[in-house]
Ligand binder design. Structure first.
Ligand code: UD1
Length: 422
């Protein structure tokens, strides 16, 4: 298994191009199943999760061609002949549940294994399943698989009120509702930019959708969808991660393609910590000029709140802040697994339930640490870049699921980083 070696090297300066969003691409790709005509995604990120979704779609009979070095995904689902998403692929990542809605909507039946993914909590899919039931589907859980059928071969529109906000359940219901008979209203829907991107793409394919980006989305089902070409929205989590580089190491980094509207709540916290974020013509420029950052309290929330996917990275920053910060995780119940690893590097962190109290130290020290999930792994790299001495992060396969060309991008701003292949 590969490891990553990083060494503190003082302030970082330069530009980093931000890729298309993994989480958007993973919900846009299953949209191909809704149409017999080609769907082409541009600005796709080059990540192992995308390769796994490609494999999953191909296993169903869809054609997926990766072009321009992976930046363009040309898909066609004119001959989908398998309606079973097998455990062997699905266990690798949770987003595989997103083929259930499109398969059901397209042909009225599907069998999908219950998913795996990052070990950051129980992460059930009950809200996805309840949404399909509201749309008339009959579901049965057998041998780890969801067996789903739409009586008469077609889902019907419904009013679905989610008891709490779920990104995945909103996406799955939105995908399915585009081809349902009648109108679907999603209440308490997620408002994430990835949902807006999905709605824009589906509309390009001919879907009738209103209200994306608000908590009520209305979908008027149509009989068929056509083809489209759609650019994947910028990855706000990769963006936020790299915005933390100058915050934690000092210097100035411009993240190309970044927009304030994607990271508003996060940028506000950086500002409160004493880090400047300015929108330029081509992205976001982040600068930390003087000494240590200030401690700030953070509560993770659904968009437009502070994203849970930036909590681990923010914690790495606050480990060296001047003062004590409290981070509260409200989305996932087991998402502080990076804390004991940061403590190995000299951080002072006390985890109690859904809260972590971080008392800043002047300097972290390099250590051997282990990545436990995708965002945790990059938080350890950030901490290593700000630490004295060498840090070796093992189990970096998590990292490759969500960060493309990470060493190359970091070296581009002066970081000392190398991959040690086992
Ligand atoms: C997506 C993102 C993930 C991000 C998360 C929250 C993708 C591929 N992943 O995950 O990176 O951290 O949003 O922003 O887009 N829940 C249920 N039942 C359900 C569904 C969810 O109880 O049926 C719970 C989850 O366990 C969690 C909370 O709801 O506690 C929010 O999860 P959700 O928004 O659905 O996250 P994902 O879509 O899995």
């Amino acid at each position: 298994m590969d490891s990553i070696l990083v060494k503190g090297n003082g302030p970082l300066n330069g530009v980093i191009p931000i890729a298309g969003a993994k989480n958007a691409c993973l919900t846009l790709m299953p949209a191909t199943l809704l149409s017999e005509e080609p769907l082409t995604l541009t600005n796709a990120p080059r990540l192992s999760d995308i390769a796994t979704m490609t494999q999953l779609l191909q296993s169903l009979g869809a054609e997926v061609a990766s072009m321009q070095n992976g930046l363009v995904l040309a898909m066609s689902s004119h001959k989908v002949d398998n309606h079973t998403a097998d455990y062997e692929i699905v266990r690798k990542f949770r987003a595989s549940i997103l083929v259930l809605g499109p398969l059901l909507a397209r042909d009225g039946h599907a069998i999908v294994s219950l998913p795996g993914g990052c070990a950051i909590g129980a992460r059930p899919v009950d809200l996805h399943l309840k949404a399909f039931e509201s749309m008339g589907a009959e579901l049965e859980l057998r041998d780890g698989y969801v067996h789903a059928k739409a009586p008469g071969g077609r889902l019907r529109g419904a009013i679905i009120e989610f008891p709490f906000v779920s990104v995945g359940a909103t996406e799955n219901a939105l995908l399915a509702a585009t081809l349902a008979k009648g109108t679907t209203v999603l209440k308490n829907a997620a408002r994430e930019p990835e949902i807006v991107d999905l709605a824009v793409c589906l509309r390009r394919m001919g879907a009738q959708i209103d209200g994306e980006g608000t908590s009520t989305i209305t979908i008027q089902g149509v009989d068929r969808l056509g083809g489209a070409t759609h650019p994947v929205v910028t990855d706000r989590i990769e963006l936020g991660t790299y915005m933390l580089l100058p915050a934690i190491c000092g210097g100035e980094v411009e993240c190309l393609g970044g927009k304030m509207s994607l990271v508003g709540a996060f940028a506000e916290k950086l500002d409160a910590a004493g880090v400047s974020v300015v929108e330029t013509e081509r992205g976001l420029k982040v600068t930390r000029k003087n000494g240590r950052v200030n401690a700030v309290d953070v509560v993770t929330e659904p968009f437009p709140g502070f994203p849970t996917d930036l909590q681990a990275q923010m914690m790495a920053l606050l480990c060296t802040a001047d003062g004590t910060s409290v981070l509260e995780e409200t989305i996932f119940e087991n998402r502080f697994m990076h804390a004991p690893e940061l403590v190995r590097m000299g951080a002072k962190i006390d985890v109690h339930g859904g809260h972590a109290t971080v008392t800043g130290v002047e300097k972290l020290r390099g250590a051997r640490v282990m990545a436990t999930d995708l965002r945790a792994s990059v938080s350890l790299i950030l901490a290593g870049l700000a630490a004295e001495g060498e840090t070796v992060v093992s189990r970096v396969y998590h990292l490759d699921r969500g960060y493309e060309r990470v060493e190359e991008k970091l070296r581009g701003v002066g970081a000392l980083i190398e991959r040690i292949s086992a």
